[in-house]
Every structure is written in structure tokens, then in C-alpha cells.
Design a protein around this ligand. Structure first.
Ligand SMILES: Nc1nc2c(ncn2[C@@H]2O[C@H](COP(=O)(O)OP(=O)(O)OP(=O)(O)O)[C@@H](O)[C@H]2O)c(=O)[nH]1
Length: 500
């Protein structure tokens, strides 16, 4: 074993030069000696920051302006007028305009910060922001200087031409959707199967809520064709195990701790030989529903979205009577709600909240959208079409090629789906529950006189939020605007039976 002698004298001398001499130990002999640097970095910084042009408001400015300034955008040398020539090299250059000037501009630019984030702003990817646009939105606070920044008074109704079209974009890639996972969801109306979709057009997770008794079948005895997602049932990867498939929802039958059977790709048709199904089997009932946080989650009575979602699942689940003339039997209903993440008719939750404030100021839902620089409706239905095709609903050559019935009052949806190649055999109106119950009350009072004015039982169906039908002035105003300004195909409730 060899020993090694270390000469510490040289090291200590070097440390003394760099960090100052060691202070005598204060606590005990065993503690390490403290060394104070000869030049404290904090002192250097304080000295450097003590020039005449530095204020406590300069934390965000370049400490050492460097070669790029003052050529940088909006650069302003606030010391230019006062500094001595020899100090020029050390001037602090602010990237901000003076506060006075910024305040003047802030009114004119109200809303700009949120509505038009910088190109590189990571928040741009947030779901609820309106699409990036180079065009400035009309400001509500600034006087109109150009046609783009028109101010609309309460009585002035902007038209579609007041909002210039968005610049032409590159052709979008071929739209593809893929069902990533499926699971059973028990609802008050019966079981539903939630399908979560990804797509290559937007970064949103759209959903399909499938109601279909054949989802539980794996024997081929179902009277109607099963509504299955092709992309879910296909084999994603040759290394995929049965368990992988089952976990993502590619299974058949009733999944349980004792029954687990992965689906094959594609799942063979499970209907009877007759493609139109047994007598009395209607085409599947579908609804294209747009997300509404306020109506569906917090029970807002500014709109009917919560009850519409509930009503759609209820109507689709309603039992169907087969073979009514020969040997009648009932089976659970079948169809799907395609739930699109198009909050606020596509303008996003942020803009919808602003629109609500404009509505409180007396504007209707259409005008409020236009005042914010949006269209009355910015939704698209290509993704809905692709999801329907993936589920084999309504498209030629699909498993349910007999077409679909659609639950809606909105003519745009019907047209858009037709363009997507979805065969619509019938439209089923969505009558607001409050209008239905008021109609029933009116009918009853007409028959029974005064005795009939007590409230009749509400239409069946538990809403996801509040239950039964609700009535409120905001809701009524919204419903009427849909009919009067958005062309919804619904007889207007005017308070008497004849109008319904
Ligand atoms: N911008 C805006 N969007 C709203 C307002 N109220 C509800 N919405 C949104 O409108 C969408 C639902 O659209 P509706 O016009 O109510 O109905 P629809 O889906 O077009 O038609 P139906 O199929 O007949 O129900 C959801 O995305 C809601 O978030 C509002 O006042 N302003």
C-alpha cells in the first residue's frame, strides 16, 4: 500500500486569491472556514444598474442592448435626448413605448391581446381560441376608422358582408378519423357506447355516443346490423395482443370479468339476411350535437343544448316495435349522437362568454357573434360525416346503408351531411321541452276549462343536468332567435295550440 502526500499550501494560496482570505471559524474548530469573495457579484450588478436611465420599471428591458438594438421592432431609446455623447454605448434601450403612448393605444387595441395572439404564442393551441386571423376584429371601444373596425350600435344589425371572408388556406389533407377507444356508459335512458375519435384536421377529440342493442351480441342473432367502428375493429399493429384490443374497446359481447372476446377485423355483419331488417325496423336515428359547456355542464338556461343532448339519447334509446302486424316484439332503439367539439357554434367558449355579455346588452345571439367578428355559425360537418362513415351509418355500401333519420331543426346540418354523402331518409324535429309542456297545458285547459290549468306531467326523460323541462326568458329568446333568424325548422310557440 502506498501513501500519497498532498501539498495543500498551494491550493489554499490560490483560494485566498480567488475568494478572499478565510475568516476565522466562529462556531467550532471543526466547522469549515467561511470565505468571502473579494468581488461580490451582487455588488457588481448593483453598481451596473445605478445609471441615471435605470428605473424600477426596467426589469423587462435588455440589460445589455447589444448589436441588434436600436434596430429591433418598436425599439425606443428613452435616454437619447438626455445622455452625454460619451455614454452612448451604455444606454439602456426599452422595447416598450412610453406608458402614456401605450395607454392611448390600449383602448383602440382592446381585445387584441386575446383575440390575436402572436404567431408563436403557445396558447394558440388551446381549444377555445378562435382561429388565427390576420384581420383585425371590429373593436367595440374604438371609433370606426376603417371598414374592418366598424362599431355596431345596438339597433344596427350587421350582415354577413360586414365580416370579410378569411384568407384562402392551402387545401386540407384528406380527412381521416380513427376511433381510439370505446366503452360502455350506463345512462338514465339505457346503455350507450362512447367512442372517442382522433382526426387529422383539428386537434380535438370528437365523440360518438352509440346506442345499439347489438353491441352486446356476439352470436349473430341481432335483428339489426351492429353499429361498429371500422377503424376501432381493424388491426392496428401485428404485435397487438387480444388484451390490447379489448382494453381499447375492440371487443364483442358484454365485457365482464368472465367474458372477454376481442373483435375480429372487420366484425362480420350480424343482421338477418334481409338488408332492410325485419318489418318495422326504422333506419337508425342520429343527431349531430355541438358541444356546449354552459348548457350541458352547468345547466345554463340561456340555451337548450343540455336538454337537447339528453333528449337525443332518450329518443334514440326509445324501444322499437318489430313485426307489428304479425308477431310484435320490442327491441331497444338504435342510433348515435355524434358529439362535435364545436363550442359556441364553432367560435369557442371564450368568444361565447363575450357574446353572452353582448346579449345581456340587448343583442341576439346572431348579432352578438357578428359584432365579435365571427360568423353567425362557424361549424363544419366534415368530421361528423367521416365518423358516420366509420360507423357504417348512412353511407352507400356501409353496414347500415338504408340511410339514417336525423334529429335536428337545423337545415344547414341536413344539407352539410347530404354533401358528405350521408343518406338522410327522414328528419325528426327537436321540439323544446318547455314548448311541449306548455302546449300540453294549453290543450288540457282547452278541454277541461279552468280545471285543466294545473301543470301536466312533463315529457318523460331525465336531463343530464337539471331534470325535466325548464322555462326562462333567456331560453325563450334564444329559441325564438333560432327560428326567426337562423331558419330552424320549428313552428314557433306563440302561446296557443294552433301554432305548434
Ligand atoms: N355563439 C353562441 N353559441 C351558442 C349560444 N347558445 C348556444 N350556443 C352554441 O350553439 C351550439 C348548438 O347550436 P344550436 O343553434 O343551439 O342548435 P343546432 O345544433 O344548430 O340545431 P339543432 O340540431 O336543431 O339543435 C352549441 O355549440 C352551443 O355552445 C350563443 O348564445 N352564442
Amino acid at each position: 500500500m502506498s501513501t500519497c502526500t498532498v501539498d495543500v499550501t498551494l491550493d489554499t494560496a490560490l483560494l485566498d486569491i480567488l475568494a478572499g482570505p478565510a475568516a476565522p471559524p466562529r462556531i467550532s474548530k471543526s466547522s469549515l472556514p467561511r470565505r468571502d469573495a473579494a468581488l461580490d457579484p451582487l455588488l457588481i450588478a448593483a453598481a451596473a444598474a445605478s445609471g441615471p436611465h435605470v428605473t424600477r420599471n426596467h426589469y423587462h428591458h435588455d440589460f445589455f442592448p447589444g448589436a441588434t438594438l436600436p434596430n429591433s421592432d418598436n425599439a425606443r431609446d428613452i435616454a437619447a435626448s438626455t445622455r452625454a455623447p460619451e455614454r452612448k454605448r451604455f444606454a439602456y434601450v426599452s422595447r416598450q413605448a412610453p406608458r402614456r403612448q401605450r395607454l392611448q393605444g390600449s383602448l383602440a387595441d382592446e381585445g387584441k391581446e386575446n383575440d390575436q395572439p402572436r404567431e408563436a404564442d403557445p396558447l394558440r393551441s388551446a381549444d377555445n381560441l378562435p382561429p388565427a386571423s390576420k384581420k383585425r376584429r371590429p373593436s367595440l371601444a374604438s371609433p370606426p376608422t376603417t371598414t374592418e373596425s366598424k362599431v355596431f350600435s345596438k339597433h344596427q344589425i350587421p350582415t354577413a358582408s360586414d365580416v370579410s371572408p378569411s384568407p384562402k388556406a392551402l387545401p386540407p389533407p384528406h380527412l381521416e378519423v380513427k376511433c381510439m377507444a370505446r366503452t360502455r356508459i350506463p345512462t338514465p335512458h339505457g346503455p350507450a357506447f362512447l367512442h372517442l375519435y382522433h382526426n387529422n384536421k383539428d386537434n380535438k377529440e370528437h365523440l360518438a355516443i352509440v346506442v345499439d342493442p347489438a353491441q352486446f351480441e356476439d352470436t349473430g342473432n341481432s335483428p339489426a346490423t351492429a353499429i361498429r367502428s371500422q377503424s376501432l375493429d381493424s388491426i392496428w399493429d401485428e404485435n397487438e395482443t387480444e388484451m390490447d384490443r379489448i382494453i381499447r374497446g375492440a371487443y364483442v359481447g358484454r365485457l365482464s370479468n368472465v367474458y372477454q372476446k376481442a373483435s375480429t377485423s372487420p366484425v362480420p355483419s350480424q343482421s338477418s339476411n334481409d338488408p332492410s331488417g325485419p318489418e318495422g325496423l326504422p333506419a337508425p336515428l342520429i343527431r349531430i350535437h355541438s358541444e356546449c359547456f354552459t348548457g350541458e355542464t352547468i345547466g345554463s338556461m340561456r340555451c337548450d343544448c343540455g336538454e337537447q343532448l339528453d333528449e337525443a339519447i332518450r329518443q334514440i334509446s326509445k324501444p322499437i316495435t318489430l313485426n307489428p302486424t304479425s308477431s310484435p316484439r320490442t327491441i331497444p332503439g338504435r342510433g348515435a349522437v355524434i358529439y362535435l367539439r364545436q363550442e359556441g357554434r364553432g367560435i369557442g367558449l371564450l368568444s361565447k362568454i363575450r357574446a353572452y355579455n353582448l346579449q345581456d346588452m340587448g343583442h341576439d345571439t346572431v348579432t352578438a357573434n357578428l359584432m365579435l367578428g365571427h360568423k353567425a355559425d362557424e361549424r363544419g360537418y366534415e368530421i361528423a360525416g367521416a365518423i358516420l362513415r366509420d360507423l357504417g351509418l348512412g353511407s352507400e355500401g356501409s353496414s347500415c346503408s338504408e340511410g339514417v333519420r336525423i334529429l335536428t331543426n337545423n337545415p344547414d346540418k341536413v344539407e352539410a351531411l347530404k354533401k358528405e354523402g350521408i343518406q338522410i331518409v327522414d328528419r325528426v324535429p327537436m321540439v323544446p321541452r318547455s314548448w311541449q309542456s306548455r302546449k300540453m297545458e294549453a290543450e288540457k285547459s282547452e278541454i277541461q276549462g279552468d280545471a285543466g290549468t294545473e301543470r301536466v306531467s312533463e315529457p318523460a326523460g331525465i336531463t343530464l343536468i337539471g331534470g325535466k323541462s325548464v322555462y326562462g326568458d333567456d331560453l325563450d329568446k334564444y329559441l325564438r332567435t333560432k327560428v326567426l333568424r337562423m331558419g330552424h325548422m320549428l313552428p314557433l310557440w306563440l302561446g296557443d295550440v294552433a301554432e305548434m
